[in-house]
Design a protein around this ligand. Structure first.
Ligand SMILES: [Zn+2]
Ligand SMILES: [Zn+2]
Ligand SMILES: [Zn+2]
Length: 247
């Protein structure tokens, strides 16, 4: 299995427009964070997790030529507003929960049940808490809450991905035990209404004890990549845009 972090920033991206803070002014490329998205490759199947407004730039930067499926965590703009840029990829299966399906049909109605030439070639699949197959690969959905909004996380083999998750039950966390690689959002150190702080993300890590964890969805308030990486436990890391890991 291989993951490529296409984007690791919060909804505004980093740098934040107009900001002159140390992170936004940093010359370390790891402090430049596009909106949050990852590409997972499993047995030759390419699965995109979220498709935000930076997707076009991410696809070009990483030379993407094929995508089999997109898993959407939730309907927020930073996770969904790249759907129109899926046009070069044909026959893409899109998986989302009921609320995200409603949002997709509201914003991207022209992409579905329409044979107008050149529009994205998508098949929409509404998912619930039941496991489902993507080209023969089993995906187990994880339900969590982003303040009040239900969001979907995913487990595929020994890989788990959770973003924009403020609350999660112990029953759902139990589905994430025994992971080799776990990805979770960690917005910043200060608490936030709808995202976990670094400390809250570490508490989730401590409960499920994955072999390796990578943080995503950081804001400029998170701090400099190099300094923050050094503060974390040895098996917890700060992801950065373009990082690829085989596991
Ligand atoms: Zn987000
Ligand atoms: Zn800043
Ligand atoms: Zn969100």
């Amino acid at each position: 299995m291989k993951i490529t972090f296409l984007g690791t920033g919060t909804s505004s991206g980093v740098p934040y427009i107009g900001c002159k803070c140390a992170v936004c002014s940093s010359t370390d490329p790891r402090d430049k964070r596009l909106r949050c998205s990852s590409l997972l490759e499993v047995d030759g199947v390419k699965i995109l997790i979220d498709c935000g407004p930076d997707f076009r730039q991410q696809a070009l930067a990483n030379g993407l030529t094929h995508i089999d499926a997109v898993l959407l965590t939730h309907e927020h703009v930073d996770h969904m507003m790249g759907i129109d840029d899926l046009r070069p990829f044909r026959n893409v299966d899109v998986y989302a929960n009921d609320l995200t399906v409603k949002a997709l049909l509201r914003v991207y109605a022209y992409c579905f049940n329409n044979d107008y030439p050149g529009i994205p070639s998508l098949s929409l699949h509404e998912i619930d808490e039941q496991p489902f197959l993507v080209k023969g690969i089993e995906v187990t959905p994880i339900t969590a809450f982003h303040y009040c909004l239900p969001v979907m996380g995913f487990r595929i083999g020994n890989f788990g991905y959770l973003t924009d998750v403020k609350f999660i039950s112990d029953d759902e966390l139990a589905k994430l035990k025994g992971l080799d690689l776990f990805v979770i959002d960690a917005l910043r150190h200060k608490k936030h209404l709808s995202h976990p702080s670094v400390e809250e993300a570490l508490a989730i890590v401590e409960k499920i004890k994955p072999k390796q964890t990578y943080f995503v969805h950081m804001s400029h308030d998170f701090g400099l990549h190099e300094e923050q990486e050094a503060l974390l436990p040895a098996n917890v890391h700060v992801a950065y845009d373009g990082l690829s890991l085989s596991f």
